[in-house]
Design a protein around this ligand. Structure first.
Ligand SMILES: [Zn+2]
Ligand SMILES: [Zn+2]
Ligand SMILES: [Zn+2]
Length: 319
């Protein structure tokens, strides 16, 4: 069965869950969808709320400077990186994670040629980019890769990317002048709040990893690989800053993440919590009824409510 995309009209085999043309979810919104409330780290949600209501930042965002940075990165990406093709193992992992986390639109996924084992997201929730360096594909197992991808999708779902970009600029991670994009407008307390939040936001990302992979050992091995890699593979360890491409200068997994030990402690707390169990149950339930979550009956074709598991017209089970 092929499902017609509500956004662009393209028809995609239903088992792919996301439009092959525009990436929009083919599963109509429903009460089984995982929401941020189900798993986001409370300190992250609070901090982002504070940052959002800060006057200077709102002014800055109006200047669309972040959009300029995103455009610059996207155009560099098209030169320096390769889009992940469908069908491929990597594409399947991304769809799988995005389905577990109830993402509304798949990000564009790219592989950048670089030995640094790194991954990051940028853009907006409506149009996100997920970039993985070739180094990370070599260094990780399939499950660890899934954990990385789910972590990044957790950022996408949380709408973190724009604030990440600003925090990267403030931290000097990107070789643009901060004053050029107007970041000198920000007062020091706001800058510090942003940099502090940047680390909190990782807790939410790691929670998304746990929910998608459902295995704490995978996160443990991933974090220990990152910890051992970070001492030798600093983004600026070779050549001058000018020699380093934008892909290496964004230190998503290395520089700005809290020490791996602390990350793991926080992740383990979530793993053992009722909140985790509830969210996992929700994911499993949605998986079980996924085939039913369509607006028309798969047998008689008549309209039905998205959450009807039986057709009100012909009475057949949709699952
Ligand atoms: Zn579409
Ligand atoms: Zn992250
Ligand atoms: Zn029917």
């Amino acid at each position: 069965l092929r499902l017609r995309c509500q956004k662009c009209g393209y028809e995609t085999p239903e088992e792919l869950h996301f439009c092959l043309n525009c990436g929009a979810s083919l599963i109509a919104r429903n009460r089984y969808d995982l929401t941020l409330k189900d798993f986001a780290y409370a300190a992250d949600l609070d901090a982002i709320q504070t940052i959002r209501t800060t006057g200077a930042l709102a002014y800055l965002l109006k200047q669309l400077t972040v959009g300029d940075v995103d455009r610059k990165m996207a155009s560099e990406l098209s030169l320096a990186a390769q889009a992940v093709a469908y069908p491929s193992d990597l594409d399947a992992i991304v769809r799988d994670c995005a389905c577990s986390l109830s993402i509304e639109r798949l990000p564009e996924v790219y592989i950048a040629k670089s030995p640094q084992p790194n991954a990051f997201t940028f853009g907006s929730e409506e149009h996100a980019y997920l970039v993985m360096n070739s180094g990370i594909l070599r260094a990780l197992t399939k499950n660890e890769l899934m954990a990385v991808i789910a972590h990044e999708l957790g950022h996408v779902k949380s709408g973190h990317m724009m604030y990440h970009t600003i925090a990267e600029l403030l931290g000097g991670g990107i070789s643009f002048s901060a004053s050029l994009v107007g970041l000198d407008m920000l007062s020091i307390p706001i800058s510090l709040a942003l940099l502090a939040w940047r680390r909190e936001s990782e807790v939410t990302g790691d929670r998304a990893s746990l929910l998608a992979v459902n295995n704490i050992d995978v996160l443990a091995s991933l974090l220990s690989k990152l910890a051992s890699g970070s001492s030798t593979a600093h983004p600026f360890s070779h050549g001058t800053e000018a020699d380093v491409g934008i892909m290496d200068s964004v230190g998503e997994l290395f520089r700005t993440h809290p020490l791996e030990v602390h990350r793991f402690k926080r992740a383990r707390e979530f793993w053992r919590s009722q909140e985790f169990l509830r969210a996992r149950r929700k994911i499993q339930r949605r998986q079980q009824v996924l085939r039913a979550l369509v607006p028309d009956c798969r047998f008689c074709g008549r309209d039905k409510r998205v959450e009807d598991l039986f057709c009100p017209n012909c009475g057949k089970s949709q699952i």
